[in-house]
Design a protein around this ligand. Sequence first.
Ligand code: NAD
Ligand code: UFG
Length: 347
Amino acid sequence: MKVLVTGGAGYIGSHTALSLLEAGHDVVVLDNLCNASKEALRRVEEIAGRTLSFIEGDIRDRACLDQLFKEHDIHAVIHFASLKAVGESVAQPLAYYDTNVAGTVTLCKAMQQAGVFRLVFSSSATVYGPDAPVPYQESMPRGRTSNPYGTSKSMVEQTLEDLVQSDGRWSVVLLRYFNPIGAHPTGRLGEDPQGIPNNLLPYIAQVAVGRRSTLTVFGNDYATADGTCVRDYLHVMDLAEGHVSALDRLTVLGAQAYNLGTGQGLSVLQMVEAFERISERPIPYQFAPRREGDLAAFWADPSKAEKELGWKARRSLDEMVADTWRWQRRNPHGYRTEINTTSQGAS
Ligand code: NAD
Ligand code: UFG
């Protein structure tokens, strides 16, 4: 199948592009590179031993999309392209609604015109909102959202549900990711945040490699076992494979949501401990007040994805951490530098 991957040069998109190539699919990536590097795609091709097509362009550019669909016989779209920093979304709501919501509407219009009605959308556990009981199940309604990023994901889910209601030709899978971490086991692909990382694991990894001195742990007074927040961390390669499984589900018409998580919650301090153990480096940390908008604890009920997509997260916490560490050590400054550690006995 020929698959258009929007945002395919980014963190999850690049790992998914690799899984798609390895599964025998043809891949066309559309990315404006606002938060990614072409180097990631070069490495995807190298690892896969196959090429993909890359178009540097914007999902909001209708003419670019029309041209793309004219040139490529696309069977399905996996739509990652989005802005994703929660704090930034509070400061720049229009940018978030423009890219995440209006961009998706433009993409769907172009798909409709091209006669492509199969779509996998990157949603988030954030759509369940603060009041949903854990573990989150897809049958629960979407809840309140506390920032424009989360609201944009909820709005797109609603838009896509309305779209399939209006036109029976559409088949849409909404994948609600929990907390993706890790990297490709070669250490050649990984997460390359610009500036100060917002997310926990990239921050810990940068402390371990000496780029930052101390981790700030936001809140140690939550009603959890050790007082720090609990999340459902899953390996990015498991997540990537979830998208390959989701493509097979696009024979079913309508919109369906699936949680992609492990079903297990781990605290911030448990993640710090795991990273110290695997990297054999200390991770100095200090406690600070809670970060606004953080929920105490949530994790997935992933049983629907297992039953209907035949997908289950299978990589362990130690693999997630070891792969993050290998990527960070080999690429201390992300895609800008790579250190060949094989001669130093790195595994
Ligand atoms: P990322 O920033 O690494 O990838 C997003 C990609 O989209 C980047 O390559 C960026 O350059 C591209 N992009 C942004 N705006 C674009 C535009 N207008 N036109 C074309 N390309 C554009 O982020 P990621 O972590 O890989 O996330 C992928 C998707 O998964 C996003 O939709 C994100 O909201 C969602 N998601 C991520 C997480 C997470 O923790 N990483 C959790 C839940 C959901
Ligand atoms: N944390 C720290 N210090 C840091 C970074 C994070 O203590 O420097 C803590 C956070 O307070 C939270 C936990 O680590 O308790 C995980 O934080 P992340 O930012 O890694 O992940 P979140 O669960 O906050 O965010 C993720 C995605 C968002 C999505 C959100 C809700 O990154 O896109 O889940 O589903 F909106």
